[in-house]
Design a protein around this ligand. Sequence first.
Ligand code: DX5
Ligand code: ZN
Length: 223
Amino acid sequence: MKRYKLSPSILSADFNRLGYDIECVEKAGAEYLHVDVMDGSFVPSISFGMPVIRSIRKKSSLFFDVHLMIVNPERYIRTFSDCGADGITFHLEAAKDVKRVISLIRDTGSRVGISISPETPVSALTDEIITDVDMVLIMTVRPGFGGQKYMEECTGKIRELRKRADVLKPELDIEVDGGINKDTIMTVLEAGANVIVMGSSVFNGDIAENIAYYKKILKKARG
Ligand code: DX5
Ligand code: ZN
């Protein structure tokens, strides 16, 4: 399980100079760009949507890791793919028919991700779901806002999922999102996460320096 990736979340970028911030992320060598789409219904906040993604797509060749925090995600899978998503992650809690959403994403050619919020146990993911997706995103804060504190009680969920994946699908990516910083990154890596989302800890301060710091940690983890 050595495919470690950094996925900076543009939710914490400076939207006055979004293009520039993304360029910094790309130059600094992050592998993914995490794009948080919020609808004001599944989560209290509203972030941004299709026009923004379409626009930044023209400027960046990073892997767009789109995290849909929206109800009834099946309505928009094709649209987000057309806007330039490379991977689409939806919430288990938000989908009426999980199997259908997985197959809709698969049909677009994007990588398929499913996310669970802190209150949803890993047991809500059936063996079939784990086998069918490319990535599971374990939220380590309540979805909706950047800059929150890592919820320690989620560490056990990462470990539990990695154990199941070792049996069912060793190549499964486990992404973590929320409150990852200098103090918490080792915890999630040791528990078995390999795709690391970071908003405030990448975009607050010097983006290039921050990414260089975390890339070093991921390099060490790779061994
Ligand atoms: C929260 C979003 C996160 C957020 C993470 O609902 O899904 O991607 O941007 O921000 P930090 O890293 O600041 O917790
Ligand atoms: Zn996110």
